[in-house]
Every structure is written in C-alpha cells, then in structure tokens.
Design a protein around this ligand. Structure first.
Ligand code: APR
Ligand code: PHB
Length: 389
C-alpha cells in the first residue's frame, strides 16, 4: 500500500490530523493497535477550547458538539470555605465547551468513515522505518500477515506509550518530566451536576474537582495517594470525601448516585524535544503529557494536529518544506505554555506532602490574589480558554 501520510494511532490527535489532511486533499492511512470500541471506552477529560471546536467545524465534525456541548463562561475556585467565580468570558471574550473526549473521538471516527478513508484497527506490531531517508515505511501485522505502507511522512499520534517516540534513538531526544506525588480518583455518575459551572477546590484534605459531561451526567475527582486502588474507594467513601472537600452549600446540594465508572490516574508533566525526526513527526500525547488540571491534553493534541496539517499542506501545495522544518519549534512554543499553566494550576490547588503548612499558606495567598486581582484573573482566564494558535 502507498499513501502520503501514514498516521500511527486513532486517538484525537491522529483522527483530527487525518481529517484536516483530507480537507487539504492529502491522502492518509491510520493504523491503530486497538478496536474502535476500546478506543472509545477510555474516559478522559471533556473540555474544549474555542480553537479546538473551530478545528472540528473545519473538518465537518462539529455539529453534535454544538448541539449537545455545554458552553461555559466561567469557573469557580473554592478555598477557605468559600467559592469565588472567575468570569472568563468577561476577561477574554471567550468561552469553553464541555463535551467529552469520547464524543469528540466518536464524531471524528464517523467523519472519517463517511469520507471513506482507510483505517486499520487491531494493527499489531506497528513499526516505523527509514524515517531518516526520503522513503519512510510503516510495517504492521494484521490477520497473521505482515503489511507494509510506503509513505512520504509518518505521523506519530500513538500516545505516551506508543511506538513512534520509542523508535527514535535516545541520543536524538531530550525529555523533561515532573511526576506529581498523588493521583486523581475520578467517578462518572448519572446525577445532575452540583453546580452549572466547574468547581476547582483547594482543601486541607486535598484537591477536588466537580465537572460534568451533560446536565444529567457528572464527573467528580478527588486527589488521592498514588498507591490507592479503586477497590479502596466504594461509592459511599468517595461521596463522603468529596463533600468534605467542598464548601457547605455545594456539599448540601450534591446529588449522589452509583458510579458508572471509577478510575485512578497519575499526574505527570512530560515533554519530548524535538517533535520531528526527519520524516517522522510526533503529535499529541506521543510528544507531551500534562496533568489534567485545566484539561489541556486534548486541546494540545488539536493544536499540534493543526500545525502539522498546515505544514504538510504547504509541503504539497507550495512545494516548500519550511513548515515541516518549523513544525517542532512552533508546536513546542504552545506546548510549553500549556505545560506551564497546567503545572501552575496543579501546584496551586493540590495538597503537596512535602511543602507543609508554609506551602499551604502560599497557595491560599495565591488563590486570594487570583480571585481579587483583575490582571491575575485575566491571566488565568487567557490560559484556561486557550492561547491562540
Ligand atoms: N500502534 C498503533 N497504535 C497505537 C500504538 C501502536 N504501537 N500505541 C498506541 N496506539 C494508539 C492507542 O491505542 C491510542 O488509540 O494510539 C492512540 C493514542 O491516542 P491517545 O492516547 O488518546 O493520544 P492523543 O491522540 O495524542 O490524544 C491526546 O488524549 O490521553 C489523552 O489527555 C490526553 O486528552 C489528551 C488526548
Ligand atoms: C473533565 O471534565 O473531566 C475535566 C474538566 C476540567 C479539568 C479536568 C477534567 O480541568
């Protein structure tokens, strides 16, 4: 088989890149290790920047997000027993949309199917080759046979544990990492959200977040020790702990119900530089990870896909590789700002085992500053709604 761009991974980065390329007339094939149902079964964050929604619109996959997504003008920060609203729309003129990553993935899968583009699911042993030459290839195993795809470029959109970054010789990559000393225990429940907007709570017992998927489905998180297991957290214990970390009004009005999903995720900041190795280009979690505080992961995957698709369009339409040459630096400039923001939000809101009472007082001072200073509120808002790309 031959294609212009072989995309490894059918997460949001790979699927969005594939659709953008298609709108530019660039044919592409996606190779995905798992089944579509497996990919759709992974519960992730659900907050879209306006720029991400625009990209979905550009590829004709935005209708359901506009119909079902919830547009939010602000968030609330809870600390010291009180809630304080940050009006992001007033500060920036922009909003965010609550719409699950699973739904984004499903909409992109449908758009790809409708466009008749080739996707190979359950492709085993996917391996990029010869990306330092002008004739890269990707091999994979399917139904007991080894297949080969000749291409012009390989897009590594295969997430943090993928094969793309792992195929590059270690001396060519520099990595930057921070692992946080706690995790997030998250539950999904078919109960109405406790409040119409998201609540981020800094509490002496640890961080909590109230978010949602719709007006009938809620998503809640509490910070937990990294070695906790889901079995340690029966529903009742979760709801009790969440209530203790919220202000009284929220605790009193919280509607509880059975968890339909429960999982624990570690928090990590990670960046690999550069994002391009000859004709292998990384996008999304394959190149960087952010902690979920601020929900930047999916939105960064979207901006990477945009930069990469634009560079490839220039390559084919204008016969210049300038865009490809600048891809890594352009994408990383935005990536690092989101890495900084999600690290800052994480640092301000969580209980850290090693910073003690001093660290906790500094957090409260910072939160009090953020909710009382117009400039600080604007700075948080600008980053939260998404920096331009
Ligand atoms: N071969 C083929 N496919 C692979 C391989 C492999 N060796 N390794 C991983 N994959 C697939 C995974 O099964 C997954 O479907 O690549 C896809 C990567 O998708 P994501 O992990 O969702 O990453 P990305 O598309 O970059 O999306 C970033 O997802 O992880 C969240 O928080 C993150 O919201 C952000 C978004
Ligand atoms: C979510 O809806 O899962 C979510 C929202 C905002 C965050 C993190 C997660 O900051």
């Amino acid at each position: 088989m031959r294609t212009k761009v072989a995309i490894i991974g059918a997460g949001p980065a790979g699927l969005l890149l594939g659709q953008l390329l298609r709108t530019y007339g660039i044919d592409n094939v996606i190779l995905e290790r798992h089944t579509p149902d497996y990919v759709l079964g992974r519960i992730r964050a659900g907050l879209l920047e306006e720029g991400t929604v625009k990209l979905l619109d550009e590829v004709g996959a935005g209708q359901r997000a506009h119909a079902e997504g919830l547009v939010h003008d602000g968030i609330e920060l809870a600390f010291g027993g009180e809630r304080h609203r940050i009006d992001m729309k007033a500060a920036t003129g922009k909003t965010v949309m609550i719409y699950g990553q699973t739904e984004v993935t499903l909409d992109l899968m449908h758009a790809r199917e409708a466009a008749g583009l080739v996707s190979v699911y359950e492709a085993a042993d996917v391996m990029p080759h010869d990306f330092d030459s002008d004739h890269p290839r990707v091999t994979y195993l399917k139904d007991g046979t080894t297949h080969e795809i000749d291409c012009d470029f390989i897009a590594g959109c295969d997430g943090f544990h993928g094969v793309s970054r792992a195929s590059v010789k270690p001396s060519a990559i520099e990595t930057f990492e921070r692992v946080y000393p706690f995790g997030w225990l998250g539950i999904l429940s078919d109960t109405p959200p406790v409040s119409p907007e998201l609540i981020y709570s800094n509490h002496a017992r640890g961080f909590a977040l109230c978010t949602m998927r719709s007006t009938r489905r809620s998503r809640y998180y509490v910070q937990c020790p990294l070695d906790d297991r889901v079995e340690d957290w029966p529903d009742e214990r979760f709801w009790d702990e969440l209530k203790r970390r919220l202000d009284q009004r929220a605790a009193d009005s919280l509607v509880t119900g059975p968890a339909i999903e429960k999982s624990i995720a570690p928090l990590r900041s990670f960046v690999a530089e550069p994002m391009r190795f000859g004709r292998l280009l990384l996008a999304g979690d394959a190149a960087h990870i952010v902690p979920p505080t601020g929900a930047k992961g999916l939105n960064l995957a979207a901006s990477d896909a945009h930069y990469l698709a634009t560079a490839l369009r220039e390559y084919y339409d204008e016969k210049t590789s300038a865009g490809i040459d600048h891809y890594s630096a352009t994408a990383l400039t935005r990536v690092w700002k989101a890495v900084r923001f999600s690290w800052w939000m994480t640092s301000m809101l969580h209980k850290f085992p090693d910073t003690g009472a001093f660290g906790a007082r500094i957090q409260l001072a910072e939160l009090d500053y953020v909710v009382n200073s117009k400039s600080a509120m604007t700075s948080l808002s600008e980053n939260y709604v998404g920096l331009p790309f």
